[in-house]
Design a protein around this ligand. Structure first.
Ligand code: APR
Length: 244
């Protein structure tokens, strides 16, 4: 794959770069995305029956078990070359910010430092009532484990549909997107807000938008450089083409 020389030149001199990632960047690690037809989680499960506070209210055990299943799936996989290429990019760009919608923790596992997890992290568990985080919980087959502090139900520290994003992470993501010179959108369908608006915010401030995705998204018309394919194949090659 040949990269446009203007993109390579731009990346050799860029000082402020933001990369936004979604489930597609973890697909080559063996994790299912959400909206890919047939293979996506939402093709099999109804998001509002499993990933919402109402669902947890209605049937906490069903939701707890589903996230326990996903947590095991994440434990069974490793970051792929796409994750590692972003770690390499971070080493070479003075102000690099990685914003992820993924709750799988694979960016952190790969070694990414300046990382904003907009939708939380599935490996973290906290109390639904008093917000106390815990690393130890009994896996009782009958009931959802409870908080040692207040007795409330434990839940994964992820953002469910209808819930607000962690304020500090979102504010930092908006600031970085508005101030960047280059904005990468990688492996995301670009339909879930507010993450989906970050690329447009960057574009409106004059940033060069680069899209790496298996298929077109609503951001594609705003992108200066579009590479439709697998991020685990494209990103390592791009890093090599730019920084050798
Ligand atoms: N490389 C690049 N792109 C890929 C790859 C790959 N190997 N595999 C799939 N894709 C693309 C798909 O074409 C799709 O456009 O990744 C995108 C994944 O989109 P979604 O499944 O919608 O995932 P995402 O955009 O991360 O979803 C956003 O929605 O369900 C909620 O909270 C959840 O964080 C999630 C949010």
């Amino acid at each position: 794959m040949m990269f446009e020389s203007t993109l390579v030149e731009q990346l050799r001199t860029v000082r402020r770069l933001v990369a936004l990632t979604g489930a597609g960047v973890s697909q080559e690690s063996g994790l299912r995305t959400f909206r890919d037809a047939q293979t996506g989680l939402w093709a099999q499960y109804k998001p509002h029956e499993l990933a919402s506070p109402e669902a947890f209210q209605r049937d906490p055990k069903l939701v707890w078990d589903w996230y326990a299943w996903r947590r095991e799936a994440v434990k069974a996989v490793r970051p792929n070359p796409g994750h590692y290429a972003l770690v390499e990019m971070e080493k070479r760009v003075p102000a690099f910010t990685l914003i992820t919608q993924n709750v799988d923790g694979l960016h952190r596992m790969a070694g990414s430092q300046n990382l904003l997890e907009l939708h939380g992290n599935i490996q973290r568990v906290r109390c639904a009532d008093c917000y106390t985080f815990t690393e130890i919980w009994g896996d009782d087959s009958e009931a959802v484990p409870r908080c040692q502090v207040c007795g409330g139900l434990l839940r994964p520290d992820v953002v469910w549909f209808g819930e607000t994003l962690p304020r500090d992470q979102l504010e930092a993501a908006v600031l970085a997107s508005r101030a960047c010179e280059v904005f990468f959108s990688i492996g995301t369908s670009g339909i879930v807000q507010p993450a989906a608006s970050l690329g447009f915010a960057a574009h409106n401030r004059g940033a060069v938008v680069v899209e790496i995705n298996a298929e077109p998204t609503p951001l594609t018309p705003k992108a200066t450089f579009v590479m439709h394919g697998k991020s685990g194949e494209i990103l390592p090659r791009l890093v090599k083409a730019v920084w050798g």
